[in-house]
Design a protein around this ligand. Structure first.
Ligand code: NDP
Length: 348
């Protein structure tokens, strides 16, 4: 175990992986707003200026934002990066819902990356890791409707378990195994955060990630028929807020928290909200389940939808509310703030 000699007195430093992404940038803002110093890790340092600009829209970092280069698939640099940090927020993971040619494109960085994070965190005396998991790690056998809570796990051998579902489930399982296998006195702590599909305003104006692409395509009417599916959806601002609160909340240690709307929403409720508020290009039509299932035979994007077709996944957020004294942002606000933010980007 090493001493945290580089931390400023009174200012705790967090290594944040995935700072180039949609959720990671909101986490950086929320950390800075709450008095933490942030070290964001990137695969490619050429993104530093764009990320800094995005964060500066919300807060001036005042010297409390720095960057380092790390790759989930490489051993180099992890311990060095964590030496002067108190906590780790591990957000990075490849997020593509369409089926890749080789499922290890998603599984390998997710699982190996998580293990690299935890191994270095343990060696360098990090107090707690907050890991971004997902509701997709909690879908059970992926058959029929399901009530989801902190005890729920996705069966990766289930028929429709996609590479992304497997990557999130296996990475989180590996993380808990690492934590439970510790047999020394000074235990590394872990908290996992489980959002549903995440929307909300973009800070970077980058609409190429999975969340923003889907929402943009809905807005532009490029999705002619919506999937018939219900799940709790998440506002990125809530997701970031709970990630930060989970760093030091004593009763959060060792727990899994669903961070999402108070109930499951149908995608049709999302499109209806948009149309009601003047987004006329949005289609309110629903795709029959058989159509998605049929198309999934030929199309990897549709195949990625199969775990959700015709199903309701209802997440229980009562533990999250109780532990963090938190109330989710209203669904309608989340939908309209996302739409406004994407509109602003599209209109330059
Ligand atoms: P983005 O695609 O916007 O961000 C993904 C991040 O992961 C990027 O910063 C990316 O960095 C990083 N990353 C991917 N592969 C690697 C790698 N090999 N080494 C280092 N970094 C890597 O997605 P989100 O922000 O939406 O997602 C962030 C996390 O939240 C993920 O763990 C995702 O599974 C989880 N999640 C997301 C949900 C959503 O609806 N958005 C729902 C539930 C969970 P780079 O810029 O280098 O590509």
């Amino acid at each position: 175990m090493q001493n945290k000699s580089n931390s400023f007195v009174g200012m705790k430093k967090v290594l944040l992986t995935g700072i180039s992404g949609f959720i990671g940038q909101h986490c950086a803002v929320e950390l800075l707003k709450n008095g933490y110093s942030v070290k964001g890790s990137l695969r490619n340092l050429s993104k530093v200026d764009a990320i800094t600009k995005a964060i500066q829209k919300e807060i001036t970092p005042n010297g409390n934002l720095e960057f380092c280069q790390l790759d989930l698939l490489k051993d180099d640099g992890w311990e060095q990066a964590m030496k002067d940090c108190d906590f780790v927020m591990h957000v990075a993971s490849p997020f593509i819902s369409k089926i890749p040619k080789d499922e290890n494109e998603l599984i390998k960085p997710a699982v190996e990356g998580t293990l690299r994070v935890l191994t270095a965190a343990k060696k360098t005396g990090i107090k707690r890791v907050v890991l971004t998991s997902s509701m997709v790690a909690m879908l059970g056998d992926i058959v029929g409707d399901k009530n989801i809570n902190h005890n729920s796990w996705t069966n990766i051998n289930a028929k429709n378990a996609t590479a992304y579902l497997k990557s999130k489930t296996l990475a989180e399982k590996r993380a808990w195994k690492f934590i439970n296998d510790q047999n020394d006195e000074e235990k590394l702590e872990l908290v996992t955060i489980h959002p549903g599909p995440v929307y909300g305003p973009t800070l970077s104006n980058n609409l190429s990630g999975e969340s923003m692409t889907t929402f943009k395509n809905i807005l532009l009417g490029k999705i002619p028929r919506m999937l018939k599916a219900r799940i709790n959806m998440s506002d990125v601002r809530d997701v970031a807020k709970i990630h930060v609160m989970a760093l030091e909340n004593k009763s959060a240690n060792g727990k899994r928290f669903i961070v999402a709307s108070e109930r499951a929403y149908a995608y049709q409720e999302l499109t209806t909200t948009l149309r009601y508020n003047g987004y006329e290009k949005v289609s309110s039509k629903v795709a029959p389940n058989f159509m998605i299932k049929l198309l999934a035979n030929f199309n990897n994007e549709m195949k990625g939808m199969l775990p959700y077709v015709g199903k309701t996944y209802s997440g229980d957020i009562s533990d999250t509310i109780k532990t963090f004294n938190w109330k989710p942002i209203a669904f309608e606000k989340m939908v309209l703030d996302t739409a406004k933010s994407i509109e602003n980007v599209l209109n330059g």
